[in-house]
Design a binder for this molecule. Structure first.
Ligand code: DGL
Length: 290
């Protein structure tokens, strides 16, 4: 795994259009809900959040400088995310921070960060919910390598295996496919289908009734995944539950600005055009002035 240690000492910057600081008074006073991910995965959470809190100001933070998280060491990701959260809280007064990334959430939980220092909400693969819903107890868990190899998930899977057949499948390729698809391309799933064939026999694959989407990038690919797991009836996406938790606890805090804004900020200016489509299709602008 690439520990990416060399850039750890650098204080993260946030690029809003061409600006490097949150210098808009409107932005600072608006107490936005921050939705955070390494890439476009958090949009699956932001969409649910918007349904429940249509008047909320949302600042979507993309850590594209460190993308992807899923093949890095959990301790390095935890340290990086802590720096980002510190910096965001210094520059803004978010009403809540939604860590819309399973890999980052698990890294933070496992590396003993003070989760209560920030008003944070975390997403983790909903294994218990899958166990409850699955009828035949043949379950696939799709997540990044870092998530699948974490102590937290290994322990949960060991426990789950007492009640169900659960196949954990680590895939970083699916994260890339999700980014490519949201950038407007039509990527091939052949290599991913091959990876599944390495993990499961055809009979096993066609017995799966529940798939856990253990990475926020994966719900973007649900139509493609349905072709690979055609018998799956339950697609467990934690976004809705997470959004409900955020909505019930932040309703009163966010300052209302009419109309509410949805802005995206990046930690690197590199190749920003590839994000344009994904964010504008979801109603996000990449500068406070647009
Ligand atoms: N969206 C992130 C998650 O939920 C992972 C993406 C990445 O590997 O950076 O785990």
């Amino acid at each position: 795994m690439d520990a990416h240690i060399s850039t750890l000492a650098t204080i993260p910057k946030f690029w809003l259009g061409d600006e490097t600081v949150f210098d808009s008074a409107q932005l600072i006073n608006s107490r936005p809900i921050v939705v955070f991910d390494s890439g476009v995965g958090g949009l699956t959470v932001a969409r649910q959040l918007e349904k429940l809190l249509p008047n909320a100001n949302i600042l979507y933070v993309v850590d594209n400088d460190w993308f992807p998280y899923g093949n890095k060491l959990g301790s390095a990701v935890a340290q990086r995310v802590e720096q980002l959260l510190d910096e965001l809280c210094t520059q803004l007064r978010p009403s809540a921070i939604v860590v819309a990334c399973n890999t980052a959430s698990i890294a933070i939980i496992e590396n003993g960060l003070d989760q209560f220092r920030y008003n944070c909400f975390f997403v983790t693969p909903p294994i218990d919910e899958a166990l409850e819903i699955s009828e035949n107890k043949n379950i696939v868990l799709l997540a990044t390598p870092s998530t699948i190899e974490s102590r937290h998930i290994i322990q949960k899977i060991t426990k789950a295996k007492m009640h169900a057949k659960i196949w954990p499948i680590a895939t970083q390729a699916l994260v890339t496919l999700s980014e490519t698809k949201l950038a407007g391309e039509n990527p091939s799933f052949a290599n991913f289908a091959e990876l599944i064939d390495h993990h499961l026999t055809k009979e096993q694959r066609l017995s799966v009734d529940t798939v856990i989407l253990g990475c926020t990038h994966f719900p973007h690919l649900i139509d493609d995944l349905r072709k690979i797991f055609p018998t799956a009836e339950n697609w467990i996406d934690p976004a809705n539950k997470l959004a409900s938790q955020v909505a019930s606890l932040t309703k009163k805090k966010a300052a209302s600005i009419n109309p509410p804004f949805k802005i995206t900020t990046f930690t690197s200016k590199h190749e920003l055009t590839k994000y344009q489509k994904a964010f504008s299709n979801n109603g996000f602008s990449i500068s406070p002035n647009h």
